[in-house]
Design a protein around this ligand. Sequence first.
Ligand code: AHR
Length: 509
Amino acid sequence: MTPNSRAIINLDIEGPAISRHIYGHFAEHLGHCIYGGIYVGEDSQIPNDQGIRLDVVEALKGLNIPNLRWPGGCFADEYHWKDGIGPKAERPSMVNTHWGNVEENNHFGTHEFMHLCELLETEPYISGNVGSGTVEEMSQWVEYLTRDGDSPMVRLRKENGRDEPWRVQFWGIGNETWGCGGNMRPEYYADLARQYGTYCRDHGENKLYRIASGANVDDYAWTEALMKTIGDIGCGCRPHNYFQALSLHHYTFANTWQDKGSATEFDNDEYYRTMLNAQRMDELITNHSNVMDVYDPKRRIGLVVDEWGTWFNVEPGTNPGFLYQQNTLRDSLVASLHFDIFHRHAERVVMTNIAQTVNVLQSMILTDGEQMILTPTYHVFEMNKGHHDAASLPVHLSSPGSSRDIGDQTLNTLSMSASAKDGRALISLTNLEADVARTVEIDLRGGDFAIAQSRILTAARLQDHNTTERPAAVAPQAFDGVIRDGQRLTVELPAHSFVTVELQVRTAD
Ligand code: AHR
């Protein structure tokens, strides 16, 4: 018989803060993410506010999404922001060469995006164009958005109906500049990042957090080339730093990049390979962080995982350039596993953005005309909301028997993380075993507690997913598998399940 897993959590010994920005999002001009998924136009029958669909806004507000990255992705490096301002009828069109070669009419532009952020009460994260843009163009976009008083770009903004500047903190200096964003070599891009970073000015009180286009998966040489150029990070001897963070992209698929596997039809072998690929995020962050530590031992430069999530073959019959995929219980476990990893690396990982919010890759929401469903992944984001801006609580886990050898690698099939905030603690547990339940004994030390709520996300099959006919096939339920005995909680985790346990806590401090 497999022994129980044992965990110890010290309620009174806090680790680094988990930034709410770890729960960030990403919406690109790709397929039906923006057009149809978020923006339907003012004349649509679908209830909207200045063209932005209200059902989607309302659903996303349920996640308290902290930031939203836009306009790409690969699209960002062929996007020219001045084409997306002013009267819609006069906006020039372009071809979206990366995603389906479709015509982009620029009806969703800067003002529409900033309005969306206001509706969502979320912070904008704008990805500027390095690949096919200019320093002047990017510099003027920052001025247009954030400058107060009077200047050429301020006058242009006011002509377009917006007097007050917006607050924009997060600014991406290009996207995947090693690939779709210009196919650059690392040293060349490192210099461009410094150049563009220099001219992305802080206007007035608006302070930019500049995010350089970082590595693809395990390209540690890329991270090193950028870190070598960081310049002054703290001595105060330069007017400002060129960039405050680097990004990292890693997607999870089941098979190979060429054949990523079906989103809904997979066997257990394919499932475990997917999870192994998701678990790789831990190794990638550790190794990139080690490289960064050499140049930045005090960890002032952040790591921003601004694209992560599952990438499977598109749904049969859909445009291959639109990256539309269904979302099963498997996707939700990929998400919960990622969050445990991000929580553990909270000292370095300051932000992440799942790809993407609506109708593309690992979405929160799928729309079909006027209909809309929440995916299993949505529910993980919602169940984990208590971790936003909470202090991480390290989990000391001993879990014999909860691993699987897959080829020459090992998948840990039990994952946990915990945090505390405002007299509450949240414990998240994921059992990745496809068919085996697991008992976890958690010793809670350093404080009194009461169980406030336990919830579970699971389904009969890993392949189960939500559809317009069965929108709640995979949805959180109250969970009665948590038993308290003194300072110990025993959690009976069913196979392929995600559980959250929320506690009211009183510590000596
Ligand atoms: O998220 C889809 C695409 O994946 C993004 O546009 C690009 O940055 C990445 O390759």
